[in-house]
Design a protein around this ligand. Structure first.
Ligand SMILES: [Ca+2]
Length: 137
C-alpha cells in the first residue's frame, strides 16, 4: 500500500501486517512500491498465520530481485524474530519455503543506495509434515 501526494513525496505503508490464511485461500505479499523499486533504508514485517492447526504456511516466490547481500528478506518461524529459516538477497530465492509451525514471518530490510524491484510472493497452506522445506524447483 502506498500514498503519493501532490508534492511527489512518497510515503510507504507496510509492516506490522498480519495475514491469516485459510485452507484453500491464497494471499500476496509485495515489496513496498512494487513493481517500482523499493525505497532505501526501509524495514517491513509480515506475520502469516495458518487458521488451520494441521496446515502450515508456504511462501512461494513469483518474483525476487534485490541488491545482493544488502537488501535482505528474512523468513522465519514463530511469533518472534528468533528463528530464521532463510535470509535472501540478489536473485537467489528458492521456489518455495514451507514453515514447520503455524506462524511464519517475513522481514525485509533495505539499506541505503542501490534499490531494485523487490518481490512478489504468493502465500497458501499445505498439510503439515513437521519438516522445513526449501524447494528449489
Ligand atoms: Ca540497497
Amino acid at each position: 500500500m502506498c500514498i503519493v501526494d501532490h508534492f511527489r513525496f512518497v510515503a510507504v505503508l507496510c509492516g506490522d501486517e498480519n495475514i491469516e490464511l485459510r485452507s484453500g485461500s491464497t494471499s500476496t505479499i509485495l515489496s513496498p512500491l512494487y513493481p517500482s523499486n523499493y525505497p532505501n533504508m526501509f524495514t517491513c514485517t509480515w506475520f502469516v498465520t495458518s487458521a488451520t492447526e494441521s496446515k502450515r504456511p508456504v511462501v512461494e516466490f513469483i518474483v525476487f530481485t534485490t541488491e545482493l547481500a544488502s537488501d535482505i528478506l528474512h523468513i522465519g518461524e514463530g511469533n518472534t524474530f528468533n528463528t530464521t529459516l532463510v535470509s535472501l538477497s540478489g536473485f537467489s530465492a528458492p521456489k518455495k519455503v514451507v514453515s514447520r509451525t503455524v506462524v511464519l514471518w517475513l522481514r525485509f530490510e533495505s539499506d541505503q543506495g542501490i534499490s531494485d524491484k523487490g518481490f512478489n510472493i504468493s502465500l497458501y497452506l499445505v498439510d503439515s509434515d513437521g519438516k522445513f522445506r526449501r524447494a528449489m524447483s
